[in-house]
Design a protein around this ligand. Sequence first.
Ligand SMILES: C[S@@+](CC[C@H](N)C(=O)[O-])C[C@H]1O[C@@H](n2cnc3c(N)ncnc32)[C@H](O)[C@@H]1O
Length: 441
Amino acid sequence: MSSHATTAATVVKQLLYHHRSFTLTSLHFNRRRISSSLLAVSSYSTTLSSSTRNTKKLNRKDNSVSSSISNNRRALTDSVVKRRTRSDKKFDEDSFRQFGDTGTHIPVMLGEVLQVFYSRKVHTFVDCTLGAAGHSSAILQTHPEIQTYIGLDCDPVAHEKAKAKIDLIQTATNSHDSTSNLKAHTFLRNFKNIRSTVSEVDEKLLISGVEGILMDLGMSSMQVNNANRGFSVLCDGPLDMRMDPQASLTAEDILNSWPEAEIGKILRDYGEENNWRALQKRIVKARLSGGLHTTGDLVDLIRSCSSGGKGGRQGWIKTATRVFQALRIAVNDELKTLESSLYDCYRCLAPGGRLAVISFHSLEDRIVKQTFLNIINTNVSDENNKNVSSENYDEKETWVKQMIHGVGGTILTKRPVTPSEDEEKLNVRCRSAKLRVIQRH
Ligand SMILES: C[S@@+](CC[C@H](N)C(=O)[O-])C[C@H]1O[C@@H](n2cnc3c(N)ncnc32)[C@H](O)[C@@H]1O
């Protein structure tokens, strides 16, 4: 980034965090600088060297020959998939630092998300998952034409933090630009209520539709890092795992009172955990001695079930991560909510409007992929007949590689986009992220 752009970034940072006033000209100048710096696309070649190194490292650690072969195979498959899907957008470390806050949350694939909406005039935008408002702040900065902005989060801590940021941007935008009429609305609400929320803001908007929607699924770092929320395998805390602390069901309720078969089903279907039977039995047996009440209790149980009690990514931590994921999905009913909300989000889009979804595990990604196909009314067997390469795309955008056209819309990402290697190096939590985008006809 040039020194001008760095200065611009610093000024916007001040706007966001210190609420200082500055002139209309500087606001415009900064916005333009940020947009061009965020969206400068240059060719970026990915190498397999880091995944090969990872594979070698795994092999050294693993004593068993057979598991080393299967680890190798998995790593190779992963690296081939990654090579095909990696973002070719040059990673912009300055904006990563500007809009990300290590104390709260760093927005994942920020440059790629901005790219999705960059070529469009976006007058109305909905962020279904505010978090720390990293994506939202950047979108509002790069789209001064936005008039109606809606942000939702079901977590009160995230909502409060994001609301403060968004309110600040709204005040600064409207007071420094006489032509701007940004109306920002934030809600402490589940995104499954997107349709009623849009209608509450403006009934007509539900008919005309919104031009951009973002879903950045999963947890924010604020949630993972707070031991009291019970999301972290590594910090001891209550077995809670509710995204919305007003919801009634906790992980503790499930572990200590749900039928044994249901526990097994959760571990198998939502955690994709091979050892689900043994874990299911141990969890139910633990009820005889008072049950499980803290994440530490659950981790101890998992460690005692894992062969040899080995730690590290290949050992109990991997199993614990799967078990925690399974419980979190069940507590928050994440998969059903996601599927129905994807349909509702799409129905909220204006013609030509885009819905971008970032998912963090294969169960979510499968739902996004299949629901997008259902929405455009194309089933997997037709998929090959309907593929269109971006060369036939009249609004050619370099990030669009292969699309799938259907009756109801166009999937702009036949394959999902995954983070660049540079982003992965700086933010390990983005490793499993996948971005998929659909555009309404
Ligand atoms: C990965 S974070 C979003 C981070 C955000 N994009 C940013 O840049 O700061 C996901 C957020 O979605 C929220 N969330 C998850 N499921 C939700 C749902 N069903 N309805 C509303 N918010 C949800 C979580 O509380 C969390 O704050």
